[in-house]
Design a protein around this ligand. Sequence first.
Ligand SMILES: NC(=O)c1ccc[n+]([C@@H]2O[C@H](COP(=O)([O-])OP(=O)(O)OC[C@H]3O[C@@H](n4cnc5c(N)ncnc54)[C@H](OP(=O)(O)O)[C@@H]3O)[C@@H](O)[C@H]2O)c1
Length: 372
Amino acid sequence: MRRQDQISSFCYAARLFALVIGALVTMSTSIRTYRCHQIDDDITTISLDEVTLPAPAPDEVQVRLKACAVNFPDILMIQGKYQKKPPLPFAPGGEAAGDVVAVGSDVSDIREGDAVIMGCGHGGFAEAINISSDSVRPMPPGMDYAAAASFQTAYLTAWVALTCRGHLQAGEHLLVHGATGGVGMAAVDLGKHLDAQVIATGGRDDKLAVVKSRGADHVINYTLPDGKLGGFRDEVKALTGGNGADVVYDPVGGDVFDESMRCVNIDARLLTIGFTSGRWPQVAVNLILIKQLSVIGVRAGEFGRTYPERGIENQRAIYDLAASGAISPYVCRAFPLEDAIAAMQMLESRNVVGKCVVTMNDYKPVLDHSID
Ligand SMILES: NC(=O)c1ccc[n+]([C@@H]2O[C@H](COP(=O)([O-])OP(=O)(O)OC[C@H]3O[C@@H](n4cnc5c(N)ncnc54)[C@H](OP(=O)(O)O)[C@@H]3O)[C@@H](O)[C@H]2O)c1
């Protein structure tokens, strides 16, 4: 190539490069986002930072967030106790809803202005996020951003547990522990949707009143005078004609799990979902034998990864129920982005009923009811 041609090729490439960089700079935007810079038991160590969000990559969309649900993994990730450990610094916030404001050059099925939901894993306590277009779905019609951000994990967990793992049948007695919380309340809603008789437990009468108003057939307060959890065994037996529950849904574990083993029917399925009480229970195998009981582990996300087709079916089932209005999470409180730490503290201190959310970009949901 002649020297003159070489120079003009170089100039052309440089101009192109400058154009691309210029376009990226113009399309990048300044946002506020929480960031966890160090793993720490103290969740107040995260900071609200001003950062530059670049334009979305070719396969990504940029979403201006409106609401992000608050979940236990958000806290555990900051503390380094969750199985997934995002690289530092990261923003907590695993499921969110908002509006698409920019789309990458390879994205054809999503447009600017679309309202979407996402399971982002982390990054949701922010004003905007760039996310793979495969990870967003249209917001269910009729849902507001707060409910849309909150329903996916809770209802998918309950759906996988009750249908795929527990094979709950109409008319069976379903005992739901921790029914005042996110995945518990979802199990109450879906249990009623599947025509089960639902007995719901929780730790406070005012929170249980909300669970009852959502359709639980019976509620039991499992807080004992000494602060431990239990004391539901006889009532469950009485409510089930002496037989015990056919399916137990247990996100609490510890003493609650142990006592559940004493009020189950023959052929019961005890679904272990989580351990909010802080103790992993040990199983007495003689009781499993006597009752022909099945103790079944549930990992809703893993179920979809192991059986991708069934995972898609389950996602669709939940989405369709949400779109039809058959299910909607109870959102008790919305915190503005700058108060995201207070939102996580509310969850930690067991003061949330159903779900609470963090909101951004001046979005203020209308809540049916507010709990402080
Ligand atoms: N297996 C899965 O696929 C899956 C999926 C999602 C979540 N999970 C797990 O399920 C559990 C519940 O999640 P969630 O989102 O429903 O949480 P949540 O909204 O905080 O609800 C948990 C409930 O547990 C009860 N609880 C009893 N003892 C507690 C304690 N010492 N500390 C905190 N809560 C206590 C609380 O009810 P009271 O105050 O009324 O007792 C609370 O409402 C978590 O462990 C989570 O990791 C599992």
